[in-house]
Design a protein around this ligand. Structure first.
Ligand SMILES: [Zn+2]
Length: 72
């Protein structure tokens, strides 16, 4: 039976477990094919509301523009 030559140090063990944790919770942003803004894969783009070329969510743009113009 294969036996490890050296014991795994607490530091090494912690690094390994941290790596698995980062893999689980990492975010991989991609650019939206419609608007080019950053979005998460397999999800609706929050800035233009499209998914796979179809408009899924209607995003209110006029109100946001009006509010930003009044502020500036
Ligand atoms: Zn988009």
């Amino acid at each position: 039976m294969a036996v490890p030559k050296k014991a795994t140090s607490p530091s090494r063990k912690g690094k390994r477990r941290a790596g698995q944790h980062h893999k689980l919770y990492r975010k991989h942003p991609i650019s939206c094919p419609n608007c080019g803004d950053f979005t998460l894969p397999h999800s609706v783009c929050p800035s233009c509301g499209t998914f796979k070329g179809m408009e899924v969510i209607k995003i209110k743009v006029a109100e946001e523009e009006a509010s930003s113009e009044s502020e500036a």
